[in-house]
Design a protein around this ligand. Structure first.
Ligand code: B16
Ligand code: MG
Length: 208
């Protein structure tokens, strides 16, 4: 039976992809090329620097490593302006109810996100207190599909991988959870998350 639940952030608990998109799009506008929402799909679950590489690839632009750091910083400043305004209304349907339900059952809860802003976002939407561990982009070196983020989360909960379930919306995240030896619930469509043990449209389907 499951003793620990590890949650991805963007796409599972909140939809921050729209803010990442707006912030990256501003950079693309300055460079003078179009960055579409379809392009943005490629950034989901991917680290900030890797996201920048993808944006540059879409625009056919090459810049120095130094400029890359400056642009990533500029993007994050804009992104922070959006997430600073977030509140509980931005929690995805069922997210809070499901977290409470797990708490009631004594399941330990961890975050497993690529974002370096994850702790701040949990505070903004008012669910930080529900987490027994927060593993985010400030703690891990290897990005999903590497299992590091989930293995560290499970260790911080004091559990073994086969005692944990992962909730993930990105293909790379599902792959990371499988590689970690955990039960995986895909949040989204079986079309791209078919590798998961189970796929649901959203946490509201589990919280009800
Ligand atoms: P930051 P997740 C990921 O969050 C986002 O899906 C991805 O688009 C973003 O680039 C990444 O966090 C890094 O975010 O710039 O805030 O460090 O899905 O792993 O919770
Ligand atoms: Mg995600």
């Amino acid at each position: 039976n499951i003793k620990g639940a590890l949650f991805d952030l963007d796409g599972v608990l909140v939809d921050t992809a729209k803010y990442h998109y707006l912030a990256w799009k501003e950079l693309a506008d300055q460079w003078g090329f179009e960055f579409t929402e379809a392009d943005n799909e490629r950034l989901k679950g991917v680290s900030r620097m890797r996201s920048l590489e993808i944006v540059l690839e879409v625009g056919g632009i090459s810049i120095s490593e130094e400029e890359k750091l400056a642009k990533a910083e500029q993007k994050n400043e804009r992104y922070l302006e959006y997430i600073r305004r977030m509140d509980a209304s931005e929690l995805l349907p069922g997210a809070k109810d499901y977290l409470y339900r797990l708490k009631e059952r004594g399941v330990r809860i961890a975050l497993g996100s690529a974002s370096k802003n994850a702790a701040f976002i949990l505070e903004k939407v008012g669910i930080a207190d529900l987490f027994d561990a927060v593993v985010d982009g400030t703690k891990v070196a290897k990005a999903k599909p590497d299992p590091e983020v989930f293995l560290l989360g499970c260790r911080e909960l004091g559990l073994k991988p086969d005692e944990c379930a992962v909730f993930e919306d990105a293909e790379a995240g599902v792959a990371a959870a499988i590689a970690a030896g955990m039960y995986v619930v895909g949040i989204g469509s079986p079309a791209n998350l078919g590798a998961a043990n189970r796929v649901v449209g959203g946490l509201d389907e589990l919280a009800g």
